[in-house]
Design a protein around this ligand. Structure first.
Ligand code: PAF
Length: 279
């Protein structure tokens, strides 16, 4: 992969990487379309497909995570991808899954709250594998989805602090018609859970409405009350967190104002979903 990427650079072609864990849905296709618009018709769009073991906690869904490589490759082809890079574990973590791997990339500030607090080893798995993918694919740019807002902030910081010579591009969250953010994990939802899953988006929308119509910053307890009222009506939803934070520093805000970001994580049964919006 690296040799091919060096060849493209020698030929003056621009290379864009879309890192994914597969189980591709329309949200991923919009990332691929974004990548194409960044490199133009002659550039190279790489989609990496790798379910990265080091970003899953011990009791998370690594084994259950959907693996659909053949249909993913088909979708990539239809979407105009030039190359799919789909390594196996032994190529990414020689000597086994990750146990004997001894170098990790750790972001220490932006990765502590929200997803990092709920999933303590998650971000070091993400930054490590994304750093490896950047070194392997040598992209000039890489596209990530805004649904994983904190992930984007952490990766941007890694790129800045460690001088990766590439641009991070963010594509907007793709939603189902009822507002549910597209995610490979939506496949886990049972039919009753699927009916209640848009509650996350409804909570974010109601909070945004509250903040936008208010003349002064809204204390977080008021937004938590709005959130509680939705959850009472949707008993399958179990809240993990609702956090308001500054979009760049990710510093939590006690009072929410326009321009801040609001993020939510919740379980439906054993499925954990996340979403976020600008207030
Ligand atoms: O967002 C994801 O799908 C993953 O965290 C990523 C960036 C592909 C790293 O494994």
């Amino acid at each position: 992969m690296q040799e091919r990427a060096k060849g493209w650079h020698r030929s003056g072609l621009s290379v864009c990487l879309v890192p994914t864990m597969g189980a591709l849905h329309d949200g991923h296709l919009s990332l691929i379309a974004k990548a194409r618009s960044v490199v133009g018709p002659d550039g190279v769009v790489i989609v990496s497909i790798y379910v990265n073991p080091t970003q899953f906690g011990p009791h998370e869904d690594f084994n259950a995570y959907p693996r659909t490589l053949d249909s993913d490759c088909e979708r990539c082809r239809e979407a105009g991808t030039d190359v799919v890079f789909a390594p196996v574990d032994a190529e990414m973590y020689p000597d086994g899954r990750a146990g004997s791997f001894s170098c990790f990339v750790v972001e220490k500030k932006l990765s502590q709250s929200m997803e990092g607090a709920s999933r303590p080893t998650h971000f070091e798995g993400v930054t490590t594998v994304v750093a490896k993918l950047f070194h392997i694919c040598l992209p000039d740019s890489s596209v990530f989805g805004a649904k994983d807002f904190q992930q984007v902030a952490v990766i941007r910081r890694m790129v800045q602090d460690l001088n990766f010579p590439l641009e991070i591009v963010v594509a907007p969250t793709h939603r189902e018609s009822d507002g549910l953010a597209m995610s490979s994990r939506n496949q886990y939802l049972g039919s009753k859970e699927r009916v209640e899953a848009p509650t996350l988006f409804r909570i974010l929308s109601a909070c945004r409405h509250k903040v936008q119509e208010s003349l002064k910053p809204v204390p977080m307890p008021e937004l938590r009350q709005i959130c509680d009222s939705y959850i009472t009506q949707n008993p399958l939803v179990r809240l993990d967190y609702l956090e308001c934070f500054h979009p760049d520093s990710l510093i939590p805000q006690d009072c929410a104002k326009p321009g801040d970001r609001l993020a939510i994580a919740a379980y439906l049964g054993s499925t954990r979903l996340i979403d976020n919006c600008e207030l």
